[in-house]
Design a protein around this ligand. Structure first.
Ligand SMILES: [Ca+2]
Length: 588
């Protein structure tokens, strides 16, 4: 869709205020693939595991179950994998493919499509197409409803159906250690229809941050605002007092924004609204209040938040471009001149507002901790349960040897080392276990370290095709345990990840209690469709109305009741009732 700037731009811009774009990419230079909160010490080397004895395949362990020691088989065996890859590489020649084939003894027969064809082709295969052993996806775009539908129909097999007969790393190393994970991936029928992984990127876990220009604050002698009023005062001074110090009092943009994920327009409603009422755009503003499904945009606090946003808008403190510019435009504006031009920007990280690889302007910004509103509310989003919404790896019922397929996928959870090799390649070439003097993003001793000198060489066999990355669910690594520079004064981005970590800490301390977080559910297909329909209708009305309230086209005093009434007409109560029903079942 071509974006055009018309006379409607302002209203359109404000309509996007509450757009519910998700956020995903971390924008980080450091590894973030397939990771979780589990860290800890290095697991024993997978290759050091005792080989299975006997010649008929795999051996029995002392538990009477089929052993999961490598190699998994002693006779030649093959699994077929349907996945997506956009790099145009031959996965059969991939370094980790060869490594894992050697470890397990199992050869892989790849069926690869481009990402844009994946879901369509997957659905065709599920509908009775080609025979395959394993479905896996880089994009992790298989939602719970789809997994449950295919699982209920017997098209994909529950991984737990193998737990009684096979030793399982996934069970022992992951599910048994993490009750939340175990519960989140267990369908209402008690089955677990795939292998999951979760992210452990700490700064990504609190995406609704407000980055403010600390060098401007220092120049003007402004203390960190702690309330919406102090935030407003800061913006006024940014606007009027040549905050960037270049002699031009008119080139500062007090508060800006852009339209894309991790810096999406909804982040404004996330950060600033949270001083007035709990507001988490990443969760479609849905949360639990006293165990009941609730939405932010009907609360009295939302109305007060609208008054505040209306004030910022009417006094010219909000960038007119804020809701129409894309991220590239925004960065160019901030990077092209002799000085920065943005005072405050809501975004997950500073890579949204300046090109962190090209200059050090990111060092001017700090993430302002959540503000305390007029009622004393000081809170920020908690999306910790959404880690488990999407699936990555599933066993096909069309498999001639589903147990082998299970054991192949399960082996990727054998140890942290296996996970690191799958995600990051060969130890000693692209990463190594951290030395004693290496410190992680969290300021404590690091566990792993990227090898910085391992620069890819064009035509080099290894570097063009060495890892699976996020193609399979794998043993998690802890994002915070990768070695990072600890000194901000060094030019460049070496310290960037440490900076993001530190800036995120105050947010984690204020995030909503877990009792307010609506879990994700295995919706039946018809309920899922009804939720999607209602959500689209309701949220587009909320966006449109918020734009009108903030720009003054609707009166916050006179039109609020009609707004609430219309939300009722659009089915808000039905929408909440579906969530209440699933939440009640979830708690049984
Ligand atoms: Ca200036």
């Amino acid at each position: 869709m071509k974006r055009t700037r018309t006379v409607l731009a302002g209203a359109l811009a404000m309509a996007m205020l509450l757009s519910t774009m998700g956020c995903s990419d971390s924008g980080s230079s450091a590894p973030a693939s397939g990771s979780s909160s589990q860290g800890g010490s290095a697991a024993p080397s997978a290759s050091a595991s005792a080989p299975a004895s006997g010649s008929t395949g795999s051996s029995e362990s002392s538990s009477g179950k089929k052993s999961n020691a490598f190699p998994l088989v002693t006779e030649p065996a093959t699994v077929s994998v349907f996945t997506n890859n956009d790099n145009g590489v031959d996965l059969s020649q991939n370094w980790f493919t060869k490594k894992y084939e050697e470890l397990t003894g199992i050869h892989v027969d790849w069926q690869v499509v481009n990402s844009d064809q994946y879901v369509e082709k997957l659905n065709l295969m599920m509908a009775g197409g080609d025979e395959v052993d394993i479905y896996s996806t880089v994009n992790k775009n298989i939602g719970k409803t789809l997994v449950y539908k295919y699982g209920s129909q017997g098209i994909i097999l529950p991984v737990n159906s193998f737990f009684d007969t096979c030793e399982s790393y996934y069970l022992d190393n992951v599910l048994k250690n993490d009750e939340t994970w175990y519960k989140a991936v267990t369908a209402p029928d008690g089955n677990i229809y795939g292998f999951n992984d979760v992210g452990s990127c700490f700064h990504c876990s609190q995406p609704i941050k407000m980055w403010v220009n600390k060098s401007w604050m220092d120049r003007l002698g402004i203390k960190e605002p702690t309330t919406p009023d102090e935030f407003y005062d800061m913006l006024v001074r940014f606007k009027n007092e040549d905050a960037n110090g270049n002699g031009d009092p008119n080139d500062e943009v007090p508060l800006s924004n852009c339209t894309e994920a991790t810096g999406s327009s909804s982040f404004m409603a996330g950060y600033l609204m949270n001083a007035f009422t709990y507001s988490n755009p990443s969760q479609k503003y849905l949360y639990l209040q006293d165990g009941k499904a609730t939405v932010s945009y009907t609360q009295d606090g939302w109305r007060e938040g609208l008054r505040y946003l209306n004030k910022l808008h009417s006094e010219g403190l909000m960038d007119p471009e804020a809701y129409i510019q894309d991220r590239t435009t925004m960065k160019n504006r901030n990077d092209s001149g002799d000085v920065t031009v943005f005072g405050a920007v809501p975004a997950q990280h500073t890579g949204v507002l300046t090109n962190t690889n090209a200059n050090d302007r990111w060092k001017e910004y700090i993430a302002l901790p959540p503000l305390t509103g007029p009622t004393g509310l000081c809170i920020t989003g908690n999306s910790s349960l959404s880690n488990y919404d999407m699936y990555r790896t599933m066993i096909s019922a069309s498999s001639k040897n589903p147990e082998l397929a299970f054991r192949f996928c399960d082996g990727l959870f054998a140890s942290e080392e296996v996970g690191l090799m799958a995600g990051f390649g060969e130890e000693g070439v692209t990463w190594h276990w951290a030395r004693d003097d290496e410190i992680g993003k969290d300021g404590e001793k690091a566990v792993y370290s990227q090898i910085g000198d391992a620069v890819p060489v064009e035509g080099d066999e290894y570097f063009n095709n060495y890892r699976w990355g996020s193609m399979f669910a794998i043993y998690p690594n802890n994002h915070s345990k990768w070695a990072t520079a600890q000194d901000m004064s060094v030019p460049g981005t070496d310290y960037y990840e440490r900076h993001l970590y530190l800036q995120t800490v105050p947010y984690k301390e204020k995030r909503a209690d877990i009792s307010m977080v609506m879990p994700s559910f295995f919706f039946q297909e018809d309920d899922n469709a009804e939720i999607a329909r209602l959500q689209t209708t309701i949220l587009s009305y909320v966006d449109e109305s918020t734009a009108a309230f903030v720009t003054g086209n609707k009166s916050i005093d006179n039109d609020w009741d009609a707004y609430l009434k219309e939300l009722e007409n659009l089915g808000l109560n039905d929408y909440l009732a579906i969530y209440d029903r699933y939440y009640a079942d979830y708690n049984k």
